[in-house]
Design a protein around this ligand. Structure first.
Ligand code: BEZ
Ligand code: FE
Length: 285
């Protein structure tokens, strides 16, 4: 390896790993090395720039905690998370969108028609829809796991220091025999992704804002189908065209409507004054 130079080094690095022939790991690692080296040669990276990147990654690690994943945020604002969601959306199924950092896998269960937003003020929103397969057949007993921000744009999990319950504004519903679900909650507001760390610095350096269009998060699961992680956006909200983490897709935008006296509504624990509809389509496993 004495005659190594800026062109032969790429193969030398790849060959230094003894990875299993034909394995996915080998493919991922070698392709990554190819692209990183190509990038470095293409931009003629200087020592200062290289050290800047390393210090930026160091700062991301330093600010990260189990509740604050700065690397996920970096992936989000670079569109990397959204790209992985897009690549992994199955034809015919509801498009995937950001998981975000606020999911808890043990949310409380609610009956259909239950209210997630108890006593929080703001508009009472009825969310209703159906879970179907790609042929349009309803899926009974599908599990809908949802979480969201409040009417001030804050997730209760972010406000535990001021006494909020991290399980507020999240819940699990099961679809009925017609694949239907419905519940009430508060209408969330747009909010900013955390921008007090290195990722915030990057956004400011690129003259970007940190706002997300207001949304509801969902993971929908059913036996025999691929689970989907997605978000639903409201048609009247800001940032639909410049969401900080590129989560919006046309197919994920729903119409927010006031409830009219003449509307026929499903039975709910409390009366809504706004409504929206969102159907989920699952592809087979
Ligand atoms: C969220 O939607 O909850 C979120 C997504 C990315 C970064 C921060 C928050
Ligand atoms: Fe969110």
């Amino acid at each position: 390896m004495r005659d190594i130079n800026q062109f032969t080094i790429t193969d030398a690095v790849k060959e230094s790993f003894k990875t299993e022939e034909g394995s996915r790991f080998k493919f991922l690692l070698e392709t990554l090395i190819d692209h990183l080296h190509d990038y470095t040669r293409e931009v003629n990276l200087t020592h200062e720039e290289w050290m800047g990147v390393l210090m930026f990654l160091y700062d991301c690690g330093k600010i990260s905690t189990p509740e604050r994943h700065e690397f996920i945020l970096l992936s989000d604002v670079l569109g990397f998370s959204a790209l992985v969601d897009m690549i992994n959306t199955r034809g015919g199924a509801t498009e995937g969108s950001n998981l975000g950092p606020f999911y808890l896998d043990d949310a409380p269960r609610f009956d259909l028609g239950g209210d997630l937003g108890k006593g929080r003020g703001g508009a009472v929103l009825l969310v209703q829809g159906q879970v179907r397969d790609s042929l349009g057949n309803p899926i009974a007993n599908a599990v809908i796991d949802t979480w969201q921000a409040d009417s001030a744009g804050t997730y209760p999990i972010q406000e535990q220091a001021s006494g909020q319950d991290k399980y507020d504004l999240r819940g699990i519903f099961t679809t009925n025999e017609n694949g239907e679900y419905w519940y009430t909650t508060v209408l969330p507001k747009p909010y900013t992704v955390p921008y007090d760390g290195p990722v915030g610095k990057l956004l400011r350096a690129g003259n970007r804002h940190a706002w997300r269009a207001s949304h509801l998060h969902y993971i929908v699961r059913a036996k025999g189908y691929r689970a989907i992680t997605t978000e639903m956006f409201f048609d009247n909200t800001d940032y639909l065209d410049n969401d900080a983490v590129f989560g919006v897709r046309r197919s994920l935008i729903t119409k927010l409507e006031p409830v009219k006296k003449t509307d026929t509504l499903p039975p709910t624990e409390i009366a809504p004054n706004a409504r929206c509809r969102f159907d989920f389509v699952l592809a087979p496993e």
